[in-house]
Design a protein around this ligand. Structure first.
Ligand SMILES: Nc1ncnc2c1ncn2[C@@H]1O[C@H](COP(=O)(O)OP(=O)(O)OP(=O)(O)O)[C@@H](O)[C@H]1O
Length: 248
């Protein structure tokens, strides 16, 4: 049986005056590829930040690898690429290699020495996202999609067990979105990375994911992708207004 890596138990959260999430409970098992769907402002990014310990719930509990998030000490087991990662302009003074290497500071500490095989690790991380040819380029000279791949390599360099991505295809042109999801599916299948991503690309991602969670303040559905496929568009409209469309 696969291990539960993430669990939320009855989690509620509000910013100063805005109630955002109510009684959220769900589990993510090792090896899952989960897409979190929901309209703008429905609490998806907030949910990810609670999973990462960047925000604390008002009530309920978050567990990582079977432990309360408060006592969990292996933050390097979780790689995170935030929503606005790919926003470097062309003058930003860092190469692709330097950006990827900076992903190790979480593991080794800011002032400690990098491991001897750091260049090999950088190369391996870049290879797994198909970006090894670009390693000497300036990050700001890459397209949005290429930058996003570099940020995934940066998250991968500490060899995390879970990869959490917040709308990773924003800024990627339509033709490249499918190959981007194919790359994530390869990481999921061949490197056994558990992947959680927030996305609006329901249709493009749907042939790659294993699980879906439908969020709008609460969790309306969480389960296998095959079961999500049986949900009617009327039901989705009922949860979301017209914000999430299934197109086949
Ligand atoms: N730092 C904050 N302070 C106060 N309110 C916030 C803050 N961040 C988000 N909110 C509000 O919380 C609600 C949920 O925001 P969140 O970013 O989690 O939604 P989302 O589903 O990720 O949206 P989107 O798809 O637009 O990125 C929104 O109403 C938003 O305005």
């Amino acid at each position: 049986m696969s291990q539960t890596l993430i669990e939320m138990k009855n989690v509620s959260f509000q910013y100063e005056y805005t109630q955002v999430l109510k009684n959220i409970s769900f589990k993510v098992d090792e090896g899952a590829f989960l897409a979190i769907l929901g309209p703008n402002g429905s609490g998806k990014s907030t949910l990810l930040k609670l999973l990462l310990g960047l925000l604390k719930p008002m009530s309920g509990e978050v567990q990582l690898f079977g432990q309360s998030i408060d006592s969990f000490r292996h933050k390097e087991w979780i790689g995170y690429v935030s929503q606005k990662s790919n926003a470097f302009n062309s003058g930003f003074p860092a190469t692709v290699e330097e950006v990827v290497k900076s992903g190790l500071t979480k593991k080794v500490g800011l002032l400690k020495r990098m491991p001897k095989d750091v260049d090999l690790k950088v190369l391996e991380a870049l290879k797994s996202v198909g970006m090894e040819e670009f390693r000497s380029r300036n990050i700001g000279q890459l397209s949005g999609g290429q930058q996003q791949r570099v940020f995934i390599a940066r998250a991968l360099i500490s060899n995390p067990k879970i990869l959490i991505l917040d709308e990773p295809t924003v800024g990627i042109d339509h033709e490249n979105v499918q190959s981007f999801y194919d790359m994530l599916a390869t990481l999921n299948e061949e490197q056994n990375k558990t992947i959680i991503l927030v996305t609006h690309d329901v249709d493009t991602v749907s042939n790659r994911i294993s699980h879906v969670a439908c969020v709008n303040q609460t969790i309306h559905f969480h389960g296998y992708k095959e079961d999500f496929d049986t949900i009617s568009q009327d039901q989705l409209d009922n949860w979301y207004g017209h914000a999430v469309r299934k197109i086949h």
